[in-house]
Design a protein around this ligand. Structure first.
Ligand code: IVH
Length: 746
């Protein structure tokens, strides 16, 4: 198939080029829709010809299997950190350092490059013969986590380097970060969902890269900038400036702002220039990095035990402002959690006017002794939501009483006047009224948000109005809404009415209509089942094809049972310290009981492993019972409990009445086998091998004729021969036909 293969490589090159233009040059040459069309063409060609799939295909970016943990990688060249210079120590600290390097390289002209210090996560990308092979975190500098699959989802990381002169080995280093806009969106969604948002973009990026499921990573708009080298098989360019140019020519993204300087004064000016404009970058920076430009001079300047002598990080001061705390309001979240918010006299902080800041919870307020009327210091250090860091005690009004949460609220929920309680194990106060309109509004927003049922147009104000008018008492009431009820909704006040209007109402109704067809994963997410977040929802949907199947799940029951057996076995363990005084007879009995419990736990573990619902545990002496689950015991127990509860039963009954039956797995045309390679061997009884291959491809999987280390799974029917032996030799999962059918149906 030479023409198809040529067409594919051409399409792949085009897509990579469009990625580069989009992310690197911010100058897309085609529309998103055109990009999607090219992408779909590649997908279609690859589905028809799985043998033509290459590791650098853009379709390999998403998908991949969630793993139980990361492998570690030893860095060929250690990844060091930088020593800091602090803005508060002034230009003298900078001059002193530069003078110290001049002393190491006496009489030589020195050049310095100033770059932004990107507030992200340091990573190493390894390219072999131009192909992206491994990506790892810095870790302890010597070894890091292998997060290749997660990094593959980042579209500004080319999977193949450009140009004719690609070295055999090239390791590049840089920073993965979450752009401010992407972070804002995530925070808004979390707030709308009544969740405690991530503190800053860096934590969000870090948390994302540590995700074991690349599909989740793919949903976060991470980006990368590269500024350094690890192992390289050829002599690299002689300076940082030339090196950045070379990396850019290979298709890698490098810092846009750089200033080449000859003196300490020029370096200081560049640092100040950067500080003045860094807010416009669209990503967080927490400083500047100053590096000796010449790589050869760097070598001679050398390293201390932990950091190079030839580079420093200049840390800008965290931005603070002083203002007055006018009031403390309390927000009610989706689950009834009451969050205190500081209402501030508006003040300018790093270019934006701040009038609200989070106070986190009662303990936080008490610890900082924050009182209404206080003059407070607010800080924004990478955080989108500023926080109150301290109180200026000298400016406290003499009459300001200590803040008491319960008294402040008069013992009632500020939204519904219902009872509130504080769980002693939990920092937050909670409104106990399940019909609290504020909670209902949050639940409604959660139900409709992106990633859940995506009902466009149903934001906070519409949710508020629907709840207030009594049109919606439960998210499922949305499915009974009529245009005549929605269109005249007043989103304003009585004095200043603002009608929702027919056009907007139709948009929401269309969204509700589409929600009917949304797959099981989104429904499981939208229903806000305790402990079942977006990831778990997606995982559960891969293994179950309906809500009823989750309710009756043998897999979830096995997870709970396994956990119980584990605890019981631990309790019975005759070797446990607390049993040291047992009689021999008792010891004997306990030993038998312990062995039986362990055997039962192992059997449950094995069932889960066979179903692919667990990954084998790693480490010495691990047994099947130590398997790592797709959904762990906490989530499994909570999910089963919810389905058995009055709420869960009412929801299922209502969905039934509404004629709604969200479908998961194959029924939803899911891609749960994306990126997995199957080998079929022997005779299948319920279908031909061709049909089996079709089904695998329909779920995004690949079918290969031969077994290799890259094979994920071998399906073996009667008469299977050498391929089965090879699979065993490689330790590859082998499924029999009923297990395979179950996997397809899951
Ligand atoms: S150069 C030998 N350049 O800051 C280490 N680092 O505080 C060379 N960082 O670990 C690092 N932007 O994660 C360098 N333009 C930049 C950077 C940068 C951010 C990070 C990097 C490093 C940390 C040191």
């Amino acid at each position: 198939m030479p023409d198809i293969s040529t067409r594919l490589s051409q399409l792949r090159r085009e897509l990579e080029e469009h990625n580069r233009r989009y992310y690197d040059e911010a100058a897309p040459a085609i529309s998103d829709a055109e990009y999607d069309a090219l992408f779909r063409e590649v997908q279609a060609l690859e589905a028809a010809h799985p043998e033509l799939i290459t590791p650098d295909s853009p379709t390999r970016r998403v998908g991949g299997k969630a793993t139980a943990g990361f492998k570690t990688v030893r860095h060929a060249v250690p990844m060091l950190s930088l020593d800091n210079l602090f803005a508060k120590d002034g230009a003298e600290a900078l001059q002193k350092w530069i003078a110290s390097v001049e002393k190491l390289l006496p009489g030589e002209p020195l050049e310095w490059l100033v770059e932004p210090k990107i507030d992200g996560l340091a990573i190493n990308l390894r390219y072999e013969d131009g192909l992206f092979t491994t990506g790892a975190t810095r870790g302890d500098g010597e070894t890091g986590d292998d997060i290749t699959d997660n990094l593959r989802t980042i579209r500004s990381i080319p999977l193949r380097l450009r140009g004719p002169d690609v070295p055999a080995v090239l390791e590049v280093r840089g920073e993965v970060y979450l752009p401010v806009a992407g972070f804002r969106r995530i925070v808004e969604e979390m707030i709308a969902a009544g969740e405690e948002p991530f503190a800053n973009a860096r934590n969000t990026a870090a948390g994302t890269l540590k995700q074991l499921d690349p599909a989740t990573v793919a949903k976060r708009p991470l980006e990368i900038v590269l500024y350094g080298l690890g192992e390289v098989s050829i002599a690299p360019p002689p300076t940082q400036v030339a090196m950045l140019g070379w990396l850019a020519a290979l298709g890698l993204r490098t810092p846009k702002f750089t200033r080449l300087c000859a003196t300490a004064a020029e370096v200081m000016a560049a640092i100040n220039e950067l500080d003045a404009i860094r807010d416009s970058f669209g990503f967080e920076t927490d400083g500047a990095v100053i590096k000796l430009n010449s790589l050869e001079q760097r070598e001679r300047a050398g390293f201390t035990s932990r950091a190079p002598r030839w580079a420093k990080a200049w840390k800008y001061v965290a931005e603070k402002a002083e203002t007055r705390l006018r009031a403390i309001t309390v927000q009610v979240g989706r689950t009834g959690v009451l969050t205190p918010v500081a209402e501030l006299e508006p003040v300018l902080l790093r270019g934006s006017t701040i009038s609200r800041a989070t106070l986190h919870n009662e303990d936080e307020i008490r610890r900082k002794d924050i009182r209404i009327g206080d003059t407070v210091i607010i800080e924004k250090a990478g955080e989108v939501i500023p926080a109150v860091v301290s109180v200026v005690l000298e400016k406290r009004p003499p009459e300001a009483p200590p803040f008491d949460f319960l008294t402040h609220l008069g013992g009632k929920c500020p939204a519904c006047g219902g009872a509130i309680r504080r769980d002693p194990n939990f920092v937050a106060w909670v409104c106990e009224n399940v019909n609290c309109p504020a909670q209902l509004t949050r639940r409604l927003e959660y139900f409709a948000k992106r990633g859940a049922l995506e009902i466009d147009g149903l934001g906070e104000s519409v949710a508020d109005a629907l709840v207030e008018r009594g049109l919606v008492r439960d998210p499922l009431d949305l499915f009974d809404l009529q245009l005549e009820q929605l269109a005249p909704l007043n989103l304003g006040t009585e004095d200043e009415p603002r009608t929702f209007g027919e056009k907007n109402a139709r948009k929401v109704l269309d969204g509700i209509q589409r929600a009917r067809e949304q797959p099981l994963a989104r429904w499981l997410h939208a229903l806000a089942i305790p402990e079942v977040g977006e990831n778990t929802a997606h995982d559960l949907a891969k293994f179950h094809d309906s809500l009823e199947a989750v309710r009756d799940s043998a897999l979830l029951r096995d997870v709970v049972e396994l956990d119980r057996l584990h605890a019981a076995a631990e309790e019975a363990n005759p070797r446990a310290r607390r049993h040291k005084d047992l009689s021999d007879l008792d010891r004997q009995q306990r030993a038998t009981q312990h062995a039986e419990l362990l055997a039962a736990a192992n059997a449950a573990g094995r069932r889960l492993l066979d179903a692919g619902f667990a990954k084998p545990a790693k480490g010495k002496g691990a047994t099947d019972a130590d398997a790592v689950f797709v959904a762990g015991p906490v989530a499994a127990r909570a999910a089963l409990a919810w389905f058995a509860s009055d709420t869960g039963r009412a929801v299922l009954a209502r969905l039934h009445t509404l004629g709604l039956s969200p479908k998961g797995g194959s029924a939803a045309g899911g891609q749960q086998l994306a990126g997995q390679t199957f080998v079929l061997t022997g005779t299948l009884e319920t279908m031909s091998r061709n049909e089996a291959a079709e089904k695998i491809r329909a779920l995004g999987g690949n079918v290969s004729a031969s077994v290799s280390r890259k094979t994920h799974c071998v399906v073996a029917g009667p008469g299977a021969g050498s391929k089965l032996d090879e699979a065993r030799a490689f330790g590859i999962t082998v499924l029999d036909e009923p297990q395979f059918v179950a996997l397809l149906g899951a």
